[in-house]
Design a protein around this ligand. Structure first.
Ligand code: B12
Ligand code: SF4
Length: 480
């Protein structure tokens, strides 16, 4: 039986993301709550560990610090990803330099910790939770809170070492890593994210104000069995575990009762990975006569006409189909395990079925030449998705892309003052080339869209074409 702790043994969960610091996101304004800590919070609560969530998204560093001083928590747990890492280090520094917080144990979790263990520990974190968070955080919190109540026990080290999924420093400063956390099989037994701990209305309002509609994020699966070389699988590894369709539909129903929102975004890596699950999901939705509108991400090789039909009938209005490149050579180099033609075909099929479509494009992958980029342009023109995003490839620590490019790094600033996004490697062309390549893709595809729609005015399509030609010339010049 799980031991219940006193109310005052507080765990304080937060994340280091402040939207007011993120100029790009302020323009996009599609914020999502931190689901990871909401899952951890719900699990701790279920097991009797009182906890607070300080949702930093719409707040600021100073308010977070003031709240910490007011609460003086026994434990602070911070979600960490590669973008929020620097703020997490700032929070740690603040705690370490604040007298009233000297008893607070700092625990980090999330995707950024697994491959930076020593750095985080040497920069002040007391514990790292590596991988799936709920059970490790529960056992660690029980351990820490017991210590706080009873003082240091003689068996401290051995007890701690038995907890899976942890990293910490031993008394003599050595990095200790405990066994890998066994991945939880039964997803349905996890409590739903503790959304009541945060003001979800702030997210819904921000969406509504900017886009006229609002969205709630929901997670139905954990892990991904694919092997794309640039993708980080630091939390759930190469696994596939999923909640039952009935449990997901119950969550959607509850959300509809508790909140006013327009659409759902499934944060899953490959929503249509199991056709059986999708069909059950559709049946559950129909059985409950639930009206939902959702968007999701998937892979073209896990789609077909039936899947598209099931998506549509269960309420999908927009499907994002991963592409990354229009060049098969680059897709193969990424170990993407999909054909560019499949992606194009599924985008077309989904469009004909009345779904909105989106895709993701990455440029600057090792080995990519201008001919590959031109193929990507052709691919976007012929597939003609309603939306696409363009990103410059960068190596995330722990990925195969990182290993493959490490010897080519031209820029890798000091760990404690940079993120992986600041790393650069020797690409086919100089760095500046890719800024123009992105402009060229964007304008050339916009030009083609204008032409095929035939409603775009001539001036507009001409402007896109001119910008595309100018970008192409700049690409050429930047290669000299
Ligand atoms: C949804 C999502 C987004 C959304 C919303 C982010 C949000 N607020 O939730 C958007 C689109 C905004 C986004 C943006 C980015 N994302 Co993103 N995103 C995801 C995605 C698909 C799902 C996240 C999620 O909700 N998972 C479900 C929850 C339950 O899992 P979890 O968060 O990992 O939490 C578990 C554990 O990590 C742990 N845990 C988490 N926090 C804590 C805290 C403590 C104290 C403890 C003990 C445990 C713990 O316990 C949880 C339960 O087991 C993941 C991929 C994935 N499948 O997880 C990528 C992912 C997290 N994103 C990633 C990246 C790279 C980005 C960007 C940097 C992309 C970019 N622009 O280059 C930005 C950064 C944005 C930012 N400012 O933080 C990477 C992170 C890699 C890394 N090392 O950090 C991932 C893993 C994708 C990938 N496979 O490469 N993202
Ligand atoms: S990119 Fe998508 S399909 Fe590929 S490994 Fe990552 S989550 Fe899986």
């Amino acid at each position: 039986m799980t031991e219940k702790f006193k109310e005052d043994n507080k765990v304080f969960l937060t994340h280091g993301y402040f939207i007011h610091e993120d100029a790009k996101e302020q323009l996009i304004m599609k914020p999502y709550p931190p689901l990871g800590i909401l899952y951890v919070s719900a699990f701790l609560e279920q097991e009797g560990i009182a906890n607070e969530v300080f949702d930093s998204t719409f707040s600021d560093f100073e308010t977070l610090c003031a709240s910490l001083i007011k609460n003086q928590p026994k434990i602070i747990g911070i979600y960490t990803n590669l973008m929020t890492k620097l703020n997490v280090l700032r929070i740690i520094k603040f705690i370490k330099s604040t007298e009233k917080l000297q008893q607070t144990k700092i625990v980090l979790g999330g995707p950024e910790v697994r491959y930076h263990i020593e750095n985080f520990l040497r920069n002040g974190a007391d514990f790292l939770v590596v991988g799936e968070g709920e059970e490790s955080m529960l056992e660690l919190s029980q351990y820490i809170l017991r210590d706080v109540r009873q003082g240091e026990s003689e068996n401290r080290g051995s007890e701690l070492f038995k907890i899976q999924g942890l990293a910490y420093l031993s008394n003599d400063g050595k990095v200790i890593k405990t066994a890998e956390r066994t991945l939880r099989k039964d997803m349905d037994s996890l409590p739903l994210p503790n959304r009541k701990r945060i003001n979800l209305g702030l997210y819904l309002d921000a969406w509504k104000k900017k886009h006229g509609t609002s969205t709630i994020s929901v997670s139905t699966m954990r892990g991904c069995p694919y092997t794309c070389k640039w993708c980080s699988r630091a939390v759930y590894g190469q696994s596939y575990r999923r909640r039952s369709a009935a449990s997901v539909v119950n969550e959607l129903e509850t959300l509809q009762k508790e909140y006013t929102f327009d659409t759902i975004w499934f944060v899953d890596d490959v929503f249509t990975i199991s056709h059986k699950w999708l069909s059950e999901f559709k049946q559950e939705i129909k059985a409950k006569n639930l009206k939902v509108a959702f968007e999701c991400i998937t892979r073209a090789d896990r789609m077909n006409a039936q899947v598209i039909n099931d998506l549509k009938e269960s309420g999908c209005f927009r499907v994002w189909i991963g592409a990354e490149s229009g060049s098969q050579k680059i897709l193969d180099a990424m170990d993407r395990r999909v054909r560019a033609s499949q992606v194009s075909e599924m985008i077309q099929l989904a469009k004909h079925a009345g779904l909105e479509t989106g895709t993701f494009i990455m440029v600057g992958y090792p080995g990519e030449t201008e001919a590959d980029l031109e193929q990507t342009i052709l691919h976007l023109k012929s597939a003609d998705p309603d939306y696409y995003t363009l990103t410059l490839a960068y190596p995330i620590t722990g990925t195969e892309l990182f290993e493959e490019t490490e010897s080519l790094f031209t820029l890798k600033p000091d760990w404690s003052s940079s993120t992986d996004r600041d790393i650069d490697f020797k690409r086919t062309y100089p760095r500046r080339y890719y800024d123009f390549a992105i402009r060229r893709i964007y304008n050339e595809v916009a030009y083609a869209k204008c032409r095929t729609r035939r409603d775009g005015n001539l001036l507009q399509s001409g402007t896109y074409k001119l910008k595309s030609i100018a970008a192409k010339a700049a690409m050429l010049l930047s290669r000299i």
